[in-house]
Every structure is written in structure tokens, then in C-alpha cells.
Design a protein around this ligand. Structure first.
Ligand code: ZN
Length: 73
């Protein structure tokens, strides 16, 4: 299963939003308010933090698995 991270780039303002990225393929799931960089989130953890990304993450779970199977054989 893919894991997710929020961007590590420094924020310019306190209210900037970070991108939530798939750690396997790098696809952006959406943007989220988060005060610090974070990595290694499972889909469930990410959805708990950002419920509004649920649909994007669930759809990506199935799509990303296909890509990973191709890459890892
Ligand atoms: Zn992915």
C-alpha cells in the first residue's frame, strides 16, 4: 500500500497549505493545512487527518497499486 507525505518545503506564511503527496509515485492528492512536514502516513492516517481527501486517496490507492506492481514486477 502506498504511503503519503506532506511537503517538506519551508512555508512562506503560517497559513500556507502543503501538498499531500503519494510517497510511491509522487502524485499530489490535494492540499492540507499542516504545521510540519510529515512522511510515512498510511492512507487511513491521512484520511483521518484530512477527511476531505478521502475520495482522492481511496481512488489513488487502487490506481497506484497498479503502477507499483508494474515497477516491482
Ligand atoms: Zn501513488
Amino acid at each position: 500500500m502506498p504511503t503519503y507525505k506532506v511537503g517538506t518545503e519551508p512555508l512562506k506564511t503560517r497559513k500556507s497549505m502543503r501538498e499531500v503527496l503519494c510517497e510511491l509515485c509522487g502524485k499530489c492528492m490535494g492540499k492540507a493545512y499542516f504545521s510540519q512536514a510529515y512522511s510515512g502516513l498510511t492512507a487511513d492516517q491521512a484520511i483521518e487527518l484530512w477527511p476531505y481527501l478521502k475520495m482522492d486517496i481511496r481512488v489513488h490507492e487502487s490506481q497506484c497499486a497498479l503502477h507499483v506492481q508494474k515497477q516491482s514486477g
